[in-house]
Write a protein that binds this ligand. Structure first.
Ligand code: PMP
Ligand code: GLN
Length: 393
């Protein structure tokens, strides 16, 4: 679907496979057709207004120049306190926390700073698209281990076989985009064991840490033996519904944090000074904020999930995130990519084809992803449009 680079004489060979991101492409399709955009994962409402006001106040009061390289100390202290409050983890705000331009930069800087060319990085497929591109930018090679429906578990032997002497890192995303899977303790312990056995760094993308409906989120870094070999990454975008502010962070032991910082300082140097002030306060919001946010998203999940089922999709109920993956084969078709291109015309809704998140294309061919971080009324009208689709089949 995404356009690669036919005849482009400039692009380097390992970036040739990447075109426009699927999210930009599908949002453009939604804008062009006027369809309801359940493709790209961004909320259609603002985060807490008092937090938005703090950003405005920070701009007005002159917080508009480069912040310190690590991020402002109020934010680093708030990140440290958040780690303690939710996971009982201790991070020194002076030496173990780095503010980044979203989780995306944290992931890229981690890979760029630790991978030599020829190194391999393991990631579970379906994988978030920036992983493949960042691994390529770092000159490393990706190796995938497939998560398979309906539980989206993985075969432990497949993971063991993916490891070799070139393996430098494993990228773990839990809660997982696009499946909504939350890795369970047994899986996390196995990953931890393999990392320690083969001296592998774990890069953990936890941007959906506050969106777990079933069970709870366990950071891999909290498991025995993982504190010194894990880079834990999160961001404010999803938790506070300010995806455009791009305030993310990296937590890791001092040497590893410094390693990531070495790359990060030459990517963006710093970002989002006034937003850093606002997010420092957001992280200190009372527990009620986090509970209400989750309860609200759970209602939305239930609305979309039952709507998709009624419409005739085979639905994988997500334990976390704000995405639902559904299989289109009950409609007698299996090309998810074509389905997503046709969907705006068929019933005025945009979704994302999961196949773009797979190396083994057949595994994801018939799967499509819908985002439910939208107002209930929007989800309800999407659901009624999708029901008409079921009736047509
Ligand atoms: N990782 C995953 C799994 C995501 O879904 C996203 C999108 N929010 C990101 C990373 C990027 O996060 P940010 O916007 O903070 O860069
Ligand atoms: N994380 C969002 C998603 O999965 C999109 C972010 C982006 O557009 N890069 O939909």
């Amino acid at each position: 679907m995404s356009v690669n680079h036919p005849g482009d004489p400039f692009i380097k060979s390992n970036l040739r496979e990447f075109g426009e991101t699927i999210f930009a492409e599908m949002s453009a399709l939604a804008a062009k057709t006027g369809a309801i955009n359940l493709g790209q994962g961004f909320p259609d409402t603002n985060g807490p207004s008092e937090i938005a006001e703090l950003a405005v106040a920070a701009i007005r009061s002159g917080q508009n120049q480069y912040p310190p390289g690590l991020g402002i100390s109020e934010l680093r202290q708030a990140i440290s306190a958040h780690q303690k409050r939710f996971y009982d983890l201790d991070f020194d705000s002076e030496t173990e926390i780095l503010v980044t331009a979203g989780a995306t930069e944290g992931i890229a800087a981690s890979l760029l700073s630790i991978c030599e060319s020829g190194d391999e990085v393991i990631t579970f497929e379906p994988y978030y698209d920036s992983y493949a591109a960042s691994i390529a930018l770092a000159g490393a090679t990706r190796r995938v281990v497939t998560l398979r429906a309906p539980s989206y578990g993985f075969d432990p032997d497949e993971l063991r076989k993916a490891v070799n002497t070139n393996t430098k890192a494993i990228l773990v995303n839990s809660p997982h985009n696009p499946t909504g899977k939350v890795f369970d303790m047994e899986e996390l312990l196995l990953i931890a064991e393999i990392c320690q056995e083969h001296d592998i760094v774990a890069i953990c993308d936890e941007v959906y840490e506050h969106l777990v409906f079933e069970g709870s989120h366990t950071p891999l870094i909290s498991l025995p033996g993982m504190r010194d070999r894990t880079i834990q990454i999160s961001s404010a975008g999803k938790t506070f519904s300010f995806t455009g502010w791009k305030i993310g962070w990296v937590c890791a032991q001092p040497a590893l944090m410094n390693t990531v910082r070495t790359a990060k300082q030459f990517l963006t140097y710093v970002n989002g000074a006034p937003f850093q002030h606002a997010i420092a306060s957001a992280l200190e919001l009372p527990d009620a904020y986090f509970h209400n946010f989750l309860a609200d998203m759970e209602k939305k999940r239930n609305c979309l999930s039952s709507g998709l089922e009624d419409a005739g999709f085979a639905v994988f109920e997500p334990a976390g995130t704000f995405f639902i993956t559904a299989d289109i084969r009950p409609f007698g078709i299996s090309n998810g990519q074509q389905f997503c291109l046709d969907l705006p015309e068929l019933c005025g809704v945009v979704a994302v084809p999961n196949v773009v998140f797979y190396d083994n294309k057949r595994e994801g061919e018939s799967l499509v992803r819908f985002a439910f971080c939208k107002q209930l009324t929007v989800l309800e009208s999407a659901v009624s449009r999708l029901r008409s689709l079921g009736a047509n089949k």
